[in-house]
Design a protein around this ligand. Structure first.
Ligand SMILES: [Zn+2]
Length: 562
């Protein structure tokens, strides 16, 4: 009897090992510092992928056994950090302008002149020329660029070239003239017209709200519908290229977007990002019925193009003084912001859409706006019963203390953008007063109460680059790395947490946490390898970190060296 048992177990062992032998990977990553975001198995050295999914995570020796020589693609991470692909939970993604002059990583400012000159040969006088992503800290002289660089080649066309962070632009004299900006123009609130210290003349650099002064007198170019269509197509390809270079493997677009365009990209093998989009929240029954049909066509259990949630706005923004607050703004006692609709109307819409099974995501910035949205979600639970609805608050910037635990209690996701914190903090204190800042961008307070965070960018409001979001989440300092411990440092996150909510947290917010956002067997192989170790580098290296590999669904869609 004993002998039989032994032989059965030997046979079983042989069977298992022969099965394992048969299992060969399409792609393996070896010698990595793998941060899995999977609590049960937080770190590993290697990953094996078959088709679209990960099937093994472990040691190099284990994963090596899945290599089929000559067939399996092997990536040697050479000690680099390997993490799940970034999932931007709030991004206004769409086609880029194919005529946009790309200036990223430019070290010689004269390249700006050359590229503008080349573009000028393709356009008519008066047509707008746009470009950007220059970073003067990368120039060999590290000096801010000035209008002289472009004036000589573009006297009759408006030129606007954004800095990499999107918070300043370089314009030519043509634009300054059209905008009426002279040496006598004062700086607008929250902005700066950079002026030459000697002559007092504007240099062509406009920072922050000074960009709102821009008038271009642009002459629109006329294009045939076919030309328009091909431009849009190219624009999508460019946008997707940017996303994969940043390691962004999933995008959640709030509100409406073009299903047909993404379908076409997918059909032609060009879709390198998983896309969720939705519609706007309404109480119109026929519109909601239509959305149900759309949802069935792009269901939540698919992995690429999906119907996400219904979006609504409760208020405006802090920057423009339109966020809905309980008490007036510190710098404007006349105003407590604006509600986009009366509460009763909003509540009815929420209850109706919730009853029909939709997920809802509402833009709420002010403390009162957040209170209202939480109230409506609570009411919907009371009326329709509690379910796994995963309703979201987009931004959730200013919260009254008593509302913080309600996120976890109601199962509401705080869909937040860490870079907003470091951009807005410059005027936050002045506008809402110090007291209310304590529960602004309150990531730590929310986590302490058991809430779920989903991170994103709100691109193009903030740059798409996830490294900026990670930097913001762990430092709460401005982009220049100001002195001190950061703005309300008690709300800072660890790097592991920041990555977790930018990957798995975002996946949770779209009901995909069971198959995305972790490096775990059975999960989609959306993986990123970075050139620096985000877990150990000093803060000032985080935003300089680049992606070396982006893998989506087991396919390498970007490799820095190739
Ligand atoms: Zn937005």
């Amino acid at each position: 009897m004993k002998r039989i048992i032994v032989s059965i177990s030997i046979i079983t062992m042989m069977l298992t090992s022969s099965c394992e032998q048969k299992e060969k990977a399409d792609l393996v990553i070896i010698n990595g510092k793998v941060l899995t975001i999977n609590q049960e198995n937080p770190s590993a050295e290697a990953i094996a992928v078959k088709g679209e999914t990960i099937f093994a995570v472990g040691s190099v020796s284990k994963i090596r056994s899945y290599i089929d020589k000559g067939k399996t693609e092997v990536i040697d991470a050479a000690g680099r950090l390997v993490i799940p692909g970034f999932n931007d939970a709030h991004v206004h993604f769409g086609p880029l302008d194919p005529d946009y002059i790309e200036l990223r990583y430019t070290t010689d400012p004269s390249v700006i002149t050359e590229k503008v000159k080349a573009q000028l040969a393709r356009v008519k006088p008066g047509e707008l020329i746009q470009g950007g992503h220059w970073e003067h800290e990368m120039f060999t002289d590290r000096k801010w660029p000035s209008k002289e660089l472009i004036d000589k080649v573009s006297p009759d066309n408006p030129v606007i070239l954004s800095r990499a962070d999107g918070h300043s632009v370089l314009v030519n004299s043509f634009v300054l003239k059209k905008s009426g900006i002279t040496k006598n123009t004062p700086n607008p609130f929250g902005g700066e017209i950079q002026k030459d210290p000697v002559t007092g003349e504007p240099t062509g650099i406009l920072k922050e709200t000074a960009e709102d002064l821009i008038k271009t007198g642009e002459v629109k170019s006329e294009r045939t519908p076919e030309e328009e269509e091909s431009r849009t197509w190219k624009g999508y390809l460019l946008a997707l290229k940017e996303a994969r270079e940043y390691g962004v493997t999933s995008l959640q677009i709030p509100g409406k977007a073009d299903y047909a365009a993404y379908k076409k990209l997918q059909k032609e093998g060009q879709l390198t990002c998983r896309i969720d989009m939705g519609e706007f929240l309404t109480s119109d029954s026929s519109a909601l019925e239509k959305f149900i049909t759309e949802k069935q066509k792009y269901p939540l259990d698919s992995d690429w193009i999906r119907f996400g949630y219904l979006k609504a706005f409760m208020d405006g923004t802090i920057g423009s003084g339109t966020a809905l607050m309980f008490k007036p703004f510190a710098d404007n006692p006349e105003s407590s912001g604006l509600a986009m609709m009366p509460y009763e109307e909003f509540e009815k819409m929420v209850i109706k859409a919730d009853k029909m099974g939709f997920q809802i995501g509402v833009h709420a910035i002010g403390d009162k706006a957040n209170f209202w949205v939480l109230n409506a979600y609570e009411k919907a639970q009371q009326v329709n019963g509690k379910r796994d609805s995963r309703h979201r608050i987009e931004h959730a910037q200013t919260l009254q203390e008593s509302d913080i635990p309600r996120f976890a209690q109601l199962g509401v996701i705080a869909s937040m953008q860490p870079t907003h914190c470091i951009t807005d903090k410059r005027f936050y204190e002045k506008r809402v007063g110090l007291e209310r800042c304590k529960e602004a961008y309150a990531w730590r307070s929310l986590l302490n109460t058991g809430a779920m965070l989903a991170f994103g960018t709100d691109y193009p409001v903030e740059p798409l680059n996830p490294m900026e979001g990670l930097y913001a989440a762990v430092t709460r300092k401005d982009r220049h790395g100001e002195e001190g411990g950061g703005w309300f440092p008690e709300q800072k996150l660890t790097m592991v947490e920041a990555i977790k909510y930018y990957t798995w947290g975002s996946a949770y917010a779209q009901f995909m946490d069971n198959r995305k956002g972790m490096i775990k067997p059975g999960y989609l192989a959306d993986i990123v390898i970075t050139d620096k170790d985000l877990l150990t580098i000093p803060d000032n290296e985080i935003m300089k970190t680049k992606v070396d590999y982006t893998i989506v669904g087991g396919k390498v869609v970007y490799a820095s060296g190739r």
